[in-house]
Write a protein that binds this ligand. Structure first.
Ligand code: NAD
Ligand code: UDX
Length: 466
């Protein structure tokens, strides 16, 4: 084992948990996670583990064990780069918001900045690992930047995309389905770099689950995996609308098709639409790549996954308006959940944002309760849309830290996130406190129709046509 010091640039949802697990499993390696965002680093160093910037079940225990021993969080990016044998780049690669490829291509400016900083600071040979999700062939751009510094430092570039899902990040990292490492298999130096990274994961991942490929296959596999996963959600959501029109039930359909071993039971849960920082961004990026090669039919095929997802969010809010007698103007609508899925405090691309925006356009008043998302984040999500002033967002949206208050005097409750605690609420009490008729729009299909209807609710479940 040659690697003694690792630096990870980017202390976000991927960099933080991934490095915490590497540090826990490899006490002989010093892992330093760096970021330019000082408040994020402060939060990672917080003595109160409830204040870590990323909420993931089990993460606090791992940070507690490794932090200060061989896991460090710092804003001294140059120092950590200079000292490291291996540098993971785990910075954000959002959709471009300007110029060529606006709204589609991945914005690689943060990646390029990292490469330039590594090139500037390094005095010894390094292995640079792409952990961020990148367009296929990005490694050649990184190589070009690193190799043109003329300071005699040699670099190996590996692609090691991350497949963790938020909310289950720790389990996904501890017991991954596979680890993928792409590298230059044609040279001895390339092979050695690959085996150095394999050896790190082999501290806890069985070797037969560590796949090695060429760099381009690795980069493209990540986009492909996300496209396939998102496509499954859009497919089941498309069927959910047919169910609602025909009297079929999407959960029964999902169970029936999922028992076919070729299809499998996972990722077939109909919802108000997928969110998260990855699916939309990565598919748009794939569409852009396909178009840039002139593969327009391929681009159109994958774009449909996004269009279907937008439709699912839109029809959920349209249904709320039409069910509430075609007007929600001045009516209080309660959102239970704002995160894009349960067990995370992440709200990026959450379906709740678009549903809220649509309802505010109809002059609804929204009250929100989410067990892990604070008011500041909810207002920031809405302000980012630029649909209305930030004052107006604060006037029309009230954020509660108590679900009963959020539901009081409400005309309808929309379930946007599948938090477990929602299932166990005292729905009888909630019903009593609401305007009648009291509606529940279950965008996650987590509540029991009969129980709710027996209480008196008018209950709509996504994908249920009964
Ligand atoms: P994030 O926004 O949570 O974190 C990225 C961090 O990088 C930020 O804290 C930012 O301040 C920092 N950063 C940006 N430029 C920097 C620089 N030059 N120097 C130092 N720090 C810098 O993003 P994330 O969710 O962790 O995603 C990171 C990458 O991993 C993306 O490419 C994403 O597509 C990919 N990914 C994300 C997930 C996920 O579930 N979030 C899963 C797999 C892959
Ligand atoms: C995804 C990929 O799963 C992961 O491998 C990759 O590394 C990052 O992107 P993530 O976005 O964190 O992970 O969560 P995921 O569990 O994939 O859910 C994404 C969205 O799809 C969520 O909004 C979720 O609620 C929705 N979803 C998922 C459904 O609506 N139905 C399903 O059956 C599964």
């Amino acid at each position: 084992m040659n690697i003694k010091k690792i630096c990870c640039i980017g202390a976000g949802y991927v960099g933080g948990p991934t490095m915490a697990v590497i540090a826990q499993k490899c006490p002989h390696i010093t892992v330093t996670v760096v970021d330019i965002n000082e408040s994020r680093i402060d939060a990672w160093n917080s003595q109160n583990l409830a204040d870590l910037p990323v909420f993931e079940p089990g993460l606090d225990d791992i940070v507690k064990e490794a932090r200060g021993r061989n896991l460090f969080f710092s804003i001294d990016v140059d120092k950590a780069i200079a000292e490291a044998d291996m540098i993971f780049i785990s910075v954000n690669t959002p959709t471009k918001t300007y110029g060529k490829g606006k709204g589609m291509a991945a914005d690689l400016k943060y990646i390029e900045l990292c490469a330039r900083q590594i090139a500037k600071v390094s005095q010894s040979d390094k292995i640079v690992v792409e952990k961020s999700t990148l367009p296929v062939r990005t490694a050649s751009a990184i190589r070009s930047i690193l190799d043109n510094t003329g300071n005699g430092v040699h670099y190996q570039i590996l692609s090691n995309p991350e497949f963790l899902a938020e909310g289950t990040a720790v389990q996904d990292l501890l017991f991954p389905d596979r680890v993928l490492i792409g590298g230059d298999n044609a040279t001895d130096e390339g092979k050695k770099a690959i085996s150095d990274l394999v050896d790190i994961y082999a501290n806890w991942v069985p070797r037969d689950k560590i796949l090695t490929t060429n760099v381009w296959s690795s980069e493209l596999s990540k986009l492909t995996a996300n496209a396939f996963l998102a496509q499954r959600v859009s497919s089941i959501n498309a069927m959910s609308e047919i169910c609602e029109n025909t009297g079929a039930d999407i959960n029964e359909v999902a169970k029936a098709i999922g028992m076919d071993s070729r299809i499998g039971p996972k990722f077939l849960k109909a919802s108000v639409g997928f969110g998260g920082s990855c699916f939309q961004k990565d598919i748009l990026n794939l569409v852009y790549i396909a178009k840039s090669y002139g593969l327009n039919q391929v681009a159109d095929y994958w774009e449909q996954v996004i269009l279907m997802n937008n439709h699912q969010k839109q029809r959920f809010s349209d249904n709320i308006v039409s069910t509430l007698y075609n007007t929600v103007s001045g009516k209080k609508i309660t959102f239970l959940g704002w995160a894009f899925k349960k067990d995370t405090n992440d709200t990026r691309e959450s379906a709740a944002i678009m549903v809220a925006d649509n309802l505010l356009n109809e002059q609804a008043e929204i009250s929100v309760y989410d067990p892990k998302v604070n008011a500041e984040k909810i207002y920031a999500d809405m302000d980012y849309l630029n649909t209305r002033s930030s004052d107006e967002n604060r006037r029309l949206i009230t954020v509660h830290d108590n679900p009963s208050q959020a539901c009081e005097d409400s005309h309808g409750i929309a379930i946007l996130t599948e938090w477990d605690e929602f299932i166990d609420y005292d729905w009888g009490n909630i019903y009593e406190s609401m305007n009648k008729p009291a509606f529940v729009f279950d965008g996650r299909g987590i509540l029991n129709k009969k129980t709710l209807e027996d209480i008196g609710f008018v209950y709509y479940k996504i994908g249920s046509g009964e």
